[in-house]
Design a protein around this ligand. Structure first.
Ligand code: ZN
Length: 445
């Protein structure tokens, strides 16, 4: 299979949907055909029902085929090492390096996002993270601002520099199947992103409209997930998309647009461009792993870039990563190895496979590094069945701390809360300035 030639990385082309009046339909209730989405884990069946794989890489050992299969969903996708070296070159051209900037990374909480995090941090240093389920931003202006206050300050200009990275993620396995991933040390098929898959199932079953909420309302036992779902629902409603025709790639792209816009809104509130320059790098992280993590089929990590820009002295410049050439496989492997530390050194790194296409150099992520990084390098060890070491008895603490059942819980409401709520409610409706806001006089006579 030849590489897809038509790779135009026009930022956010898919976001510009034509607006059609009355396009939003109440979604047909299809809950009967969907499995339970109670758990935030693989719902492989849900994906299979909605999105049979349209593209299959016939030979999973052929990296070019696999790149082409992912490119059908994400045109312009790059190997993660190729991506990060291009970003480093692009940002350096505008004054941002790992030595003079603070990186802020926003990824999903899933441990498999660690590979991209390692690449970011190898190039741009330890990052302040604002991670949330599905990559949703819930840290707010204070959270973003906290990261910025840790930035190095340029000795010459006195200015600070921030680099924001933001990427929701998706798995597309080595055969080209959406959502599927095989995790180290865990038999069977798992899925990613679990949070976005759960959102997709519930939005299709309940309809988008029902899932839209007034900002500020969330489930106290599930704050992050409920905010992710309502932000996504409002985005899909605003874009006038039919959720029932969206597959996981479409949902992930919509989530990326929503999260990127939220990030830019928070930056607007938190960053003072009189004293700081910043860069924004966004897209989708794609795990293109073997259907069996431990077999000899290479595991690949890819990135679909959507926006790369810098704001220097208040001036915004959009950058095009496709105009920066790939490094050779040898060059990329040298850089990649440095980002993986000793875990990539074993003999396995000598047999790393690579492929060079018209658009990107793709290199395998070494199995040893990933198994080590994801905490499944030796799942047979340390079994309690083999007998505990003697110290395990002597290190036991005394009695367990006493529990007070009356302590406020995250979803409990007590009398004081009710009294306070009632006072606030009464005050709001007896406050003339509040009422005048509704009258349109904005508190002025
Ligand atoms: Zn996730």
């Amino acid at each position: 299979m030849k590489m897809n030639k038509a790779v135009n990385m026009r930022p956010r082309a898919s976001a510009a949907r034509p607006v059609r009046a009355n396009h939003v339909k109440t979604a047909v209730n299809r809950s009967a055909s969907l499995p339970s989405t109670d758990r935030l884990v693989c719902q492989a069946a849900a994906v299979a029902v909605e999105a049979p794989p349209a593209v299959v890489a016939a030979n999973p050992k052929d990296l070019t085929q696999r790149h082409a299969a992912v490119s059908k969903y994400f045109p312009g996708v790059l190997g993660v090492d190729d991506f990060i070296q291009r970003v480093e070159i692009a940002l350096c051209g505008y004054g941002f390096t790992g030595r003079n900037s603070i990186a802020c990374s926003n990824l999903c909480r899933d441990e498999i996002t660690a590979v991209l995090k390692d690449k970011i941090e190898h190039s741009f240093g330890g990052s302040f993270n604002t991670n949330g389920l599905g990559g949703v931003l819930t840290c707010g202006v204070t959270g973003i601002g906290a990261g910025l206050s840790h930035s190095p300050i340029c000795a010459d200009s006195g200015r600070e520099r921030y680099v924001f990275f933001s990427f929701p993620h998706i798995a597309i396995d080595s055969t080209g199947t959406l959502a599927n991933i095989s995790r180290p040390g865990r038999p069977g098929t798992s899925c990613a992103c679990g949070a976005l898959i759960k959102c997709m199932g519930e939005l299709k079953a309940d309809g988008v409209e029902k899932s839209c909420k007034v900002p500020g309302v969330h489930d106290p036992l599930d704050p992050e997930y409920s905010i992710l779902k309502q932000r996504l629902a409002r985005r899909i409603r605003w874009e006038q998309q039919d959720v029932n025709s969206m597959d996981l790639a479409d949902i992930t792209k919509a989530a990326e647009r929503m999260i990127t816009d939220d990030l830019e809104y928070l930056i607007e509130k938190a960053v003072d461009t009189n004293k700081a320059d910043y860069a924004v790098v966004t897209g989708v992280q794609i795990h293109n792993w073997s259907t069996n993590f431990d077999d000899e089929v290479p595991n690949l990590e890819l990135v679909w870039p959507t926006k790369v820009y810098t704001v220097v002295n208040g001036k915004t410049t959009y950058l095009d990563l496709t105009k920066i050439p790939s490094l050779t496989p040898r060059q990329l492997q040298l850089l990649a190895q440095a980002s993986m530390g000793s875990a990539a050194e074993p003999s396995a790194s000598a047999g790393i496979v690579s492929s060079v296409s018209a658009t990107s150099t793709i290199t395998e992520i070494p199995h040893d590094y990933m198994a080590h990084r994801l905490g499944a390098a030796d799942v047979k060890g340390a079994s309690v069945l083999d007998g505990k070491p003697a110290y395990s008895e002597t290190i036991k603490a005394g009695d367990a701390p006493a529990a007070d059942p009356a302590k406020p819980k995250m979803d409990s409401i007590d009398l004081n809360d009710m009294t306070q709520a009632f006072r606030s409610f009464s005050a709001a409706f007896s406050n003339p300035s509040f009422v005048e806001t509704f009258n349109g006089s904005n508190g002025k006579a």
